[in-house]
Design a protein around this ligand. Structure first.
Ligand SMILES: Nc1ncnc2c1ncn2[C@@H]1O[C@H](COP(=O)(O)OP(=O)(O)O)[C@@H](O)[C@H]1O
Ligand SMILES: [Mg+2]
Length: 230
């Protein structure tokens, strides 16, 4: 379980300070699929970054199974990220001079997962092992980044606009792969999107506005990537 307690976060200097997270409290159960919605600039990415340990909050706490990550040193926080969380962004951040296999293996090496070929197969890339990112379509590159993030078997996966650079067909396909993998492996998932339709795939939908949570709702019957509108 992830427990977020009254976090605040600001950017800028003392004279020019922008308060981006204005006291956020949330609870994310193990295996939950949370979608975070909100207008551009409402603080979604900042929230994701603080909850996942990419950035530090100014105040408040973020607890994983009762362990507060806010008090960790930089090196402890790095180990925490390595062992516990995975990331997928709108940009794929693949290493251009490494093959698909090596890009994914980097993620797997972090956790000593010798089993990473399974995950490459699970995202339909077994035929592309020796290709370089530049030889792949956008949708395929995003699937490499999905495999890389999941090769290390994270407890929680954080996704920031993962379909933002994809067209409808490849976007649905990426979401379908992610959602199938979640069903199989049971990791917790928090996804930022501004596509309201994607919220219908989640168990829990958190709406943010201007640095605050304004609504939390649950879906009794989440839809698949091919059942939602786009
Ligand atoms: N590193 C940063 N430095 C300064 N301002 C930032 C930084 N990151 C985000 N902001 C500002 O914080 C606000 C919220 O940003 P963000 O969390 O990216 O919102 P969202 O993801 O909902 O679009 C915006 O006004 C943005 O300009
Ligand atoms: Mg954002």
């Amino acid at each position: 379980m992830i427990e977020v307690e009254n976090i605040t976060k600001s950017y800028g200097s003392k004279d020019n300070r922008l308060l981006v997270l204005k006291g956020i409290t949330a609870r994310i159960e193990d295996g939950d699929f949370v979608v975070l919605l909100g207008a551009s600039g409402s603080g979604k990415s900042t929230f994701l970054n603080v909850v996942s340990g990419l950035e530090r909050a100014d105040s408040g706490s973020v607890k994983y199974d009762g362990r507060d990550i806010s008090g960790l040193s930089d090196s402890e926080l790095t180990s925490f990220r390595k062992d516990t969380v995975g990331f997928i962004f709108q940009q794929y951040y693949l290493l251009p001079n490494m093959t698909v296999e090596k890009n994914v293996r980097m993620g797997a090496d972090l956790a000593g997962n010798a089993d990473y070929h399974k995950i490459i197969k699970a995202v339909g890339l077994e035929g592309k092992l020796k290709k370089y990112p530049g030889e792949l379509s956008g949708g395929e590159q995003q699937r490499v980044s999905i495999a890389r993030a999941l090769a290390k078997k994270p407890k929680a996966l954080f996704l920031d606009e993962p379909t933002g650079a994809l067209d409808e067909e490849t976007g649905r396909q990426a979401l379908a792969y992610i959602s199938d993998l979640q069903k199989e492996h049971g990791f917790t998932m928090v996804m930022v999107t501004h596509n309201q339709n994607i919220a219908q795939m989640a168990n829990t939908v958190i709406k943010m506005n201007s640095g605050k949570i304004i609504e939390v709702s649950t879906n009794e019957a989440p839809k698949t990537a091919y059942e939602i509108g786009w």
